[in-house]
Ligand binder design. Structure first.
Ligand code: CU
Length: 128
């Protein structure tokens, strides 16, 4: 009887091993994500504070504090953005007219943006 129980226990690790083998292809699919993280973990160029993050995209949450149709910007009091090592702050983002029309001052939003030398451009924005 005891031998039978031990056999059952011995089989379980093999069953788990089979499961983790099946999940390996998923881990490989995540590889592009890992390489996207590389620039922010890399060495920072001395001649450009944001050079290492150029073109990087990130998502954040925040509250709209201003919309400037002349400048083409939305100012957002946003929370920390881990992907680009930003603390919480209030700042203006470049935003197309279509994005500016979607929101109003006081809205709580989730948004995506792309960093560039011209500024940080909103690529998507929606009310929470
Ligand atoms: Cu900011």
């Amino acid at each position: 009887m005891r031998t039978a129980t031990r056999l059952m226990i011995a089989i379980v690790p093999f069953a788990l091993a089979a499961c983790s083998e099946q999940s390996e292809p998923d881990q490989n699919e995540n590889m592009p994500m890992a390489s996207q993280d590389m620039p922010m973990n890399g060495t920072m160029p001395m001649d450009g504070q944001m050079g290492e993050a150029m073109g990087q995209m990130a998502n954040a949450h925040g509250t709209i504090t201003a919309i400037d149709d002349v400048a083409g910007t939305i100012t957002i009091d946003h929370g920390p953005v881990e992907a680009v090592s930003w603390p919480a702050m209030t700042m203006a983002f470049e935003a197309d007219e279509s994005e500016r029309k979607k929101v109003k001052v006081g809205d709580e939003v989730t948004f995506g943006f792309r960093m560039s030398d011209a500024g940080n451009e909103i690529t998507s924005i929606e009310n929470k």
